[in-house]
Each structure stands twice: as C-alpha cells, then as structure tokens.
Write a protein that binds this ligand. Structure first.
Ligand SMILES: [Cu+2]
Length: 117
C-alpha cells in the first residue's frame, strides 16, 4: 500500500526546486515566528493557514512514530519534502500568491489549505 502510493509521485521528487529544510528535533527549541503546522493524529493542524507572499510554514511531525510527508502538486509550484521522520520538520516557502493544497503521500486524507496573498 505504502509503496503503491509512493510510486505515484516519482516525478515530484525530481522537480522539488523550492527551498526545503528538514531538520532534526535537536533545534526544535528555537523560537519560531512562522506558521507551525502539526501532523498529530494523521492530520494537519490547523487545516487552513493564510500567509503573505514569501512567508513559509514549518510542518512538524509530532505524531508519535508515524512517518509523514508533505507535497504540493501545482502547475506553478511543486514541492516534495520526502519522508518527514518522527520529530523532523519541513519548511515550505511560498514565493507567489495563490491557493495551494499540501498533501501527505503516506496518508491521502491529510490536507492543508494554504492561502497566499
Ligand atoms: Cu501523513
């Protein structure tokens, strides 16, 4: 099941040209003025976030031992975090206006709506 889902997204792995940072929880204590998004309970929390152009969200895998993921498939903006291991995080910077949906390739029901103005 997991492998089948991941086979759907190999090309995304090649075109993740947007800045990506996956850091360990070792620096989780740093103050974060940006938008923190939880993945607890196999859902993004909050499920909606509003940003200004150039701002970023930090997606934190705070969901026990589950591996999560985050990707955006949009004509103008593609992003793929790869695996987000427990305790790790991924930063997505949004360079342009629009409404984007962040998905998890492991759990297709996980959705985060990002509104950039
Ligand atoms: Cu997930």
């Amino acid at each position: 099941m997991l492998n089948n889902i991941r086979k759907l997204f190999p090309t995304l792995m090649l075109c993740a040209a947007v800045s990506l940072t996956v850091a360990s929880s070792a620096i989780a204590g740093l103050p974060d003025a940006d938008h923190l998004i939880s993945q607890k309970g196999k859902q993004f929390g909050p499920r909606d976030v509003a940003l200004h152009t150039g701002e970023h969200v930090t997606i934190v895998n705070d969901d026990g031992n589950f591996v999560h993921h985050a990707y955006i498939e949009d004509d103008e903006f593609a992003f793929d975090s790869g695996d987000i291991e427990p305790g790790a995080r991924a930063v997505i910077t949004f360079p342009k206006e629009g409404d984007f949906i962040v998905l998890c390739g492991v759990h297709p029901k996980m959705k985060l709506a990002v509104h950039v103005r």
